[in-house]
Design a protein around this ligand. Structure first.
Ligand code: AR6
Length: 170
């Protein structure tokens, strides 16, 4: 499992190929990590996002990184967590699967040997997905995909998430 890493901090500072945004269906910005990414990437990001016509829950779309150090941003829409009986687990898993697919497309289309992708803890903020269950889904999905050409970094903004992921990785 040498291609999975964990860091605590702000995803907008990372010098990686791709950062993932926990967006909403409009893809036109919002609070949380989405707000932070749009603020730092600049207005051109919103202009590109306007051309994408939104995104369904569990799916993902890619844009340029603009003023970020990251070359690309993959915007994925996590599920809003209600009671766990509305397909929330599957939809969250789909976010990781869709994002990894786009990352692999990016790698192939640009003739790169490897790419690095950083994920925030999708859906666990404003969308209230339970953090323990979300970390398991994220970690197990990435392990299951097992793409040795993609370096995955889980970025935890909160200490609670960092502890949960540390227990999974070690
Ligand atoms: N870097 C890394 N992680 C962050 C950062 C950051 N700069 N800021 C927050 N987080 P949330 P959601 C963490 O609420 O639950 C937006 O309005 C945060 O601690 O950003 O998927 C969108 O437009 C939490 O662990 O996303 C949608 O409407 C994680 O990112 C809605 O929120 C996700 O929290 C999406 O809600």
């Amino acid at each position: 499992m040498n291609n999975i890493k964990l860091i605590k901090g702000d995803i907008t500072n990372l010098d990686v190929d791709i950062i993932v945004n926990a967006a909403n269906k409009s893809l036109l910005g919002g609070g949380g990590v989405d707000g932070a990414i749009h603020r730092k990437a600049g207005k051109q990001l919103l202009e590109e996002c306007k051309t994408l016509h939104g995104c369904n829950t569990g799916e993902a779309k890619i844009t340029n990184g603009y003023n970020l150090k990251a070359r690309k941003i993959i915007h994925t829409v996590g599920p809003v967590y209600y009671d766990g009986n509305r397909n929330e687990d599957e939809l969250l898993k789909n976010c990781y699967v869709s994002s990894m697919r786009l990352a692999e497309d990016y790698r192939i289309n640009n003739n790169l040997n490897r790419v690095s992708i950083a994920f925030p803890c999708i859906s666990t903020g404003i969308y209230h997905f339970p953090k323990d269950k979300a970390s398991l889904i994220a970690f197990n999905t990435i392990k299951e995909i097992n793409n040795q050409n993609i370096d995955v970094i889980f970025v935890c903004f909160e200490e609670e998430d960092y502890k949960l992921y540390s227990n999974l990785i070690n």
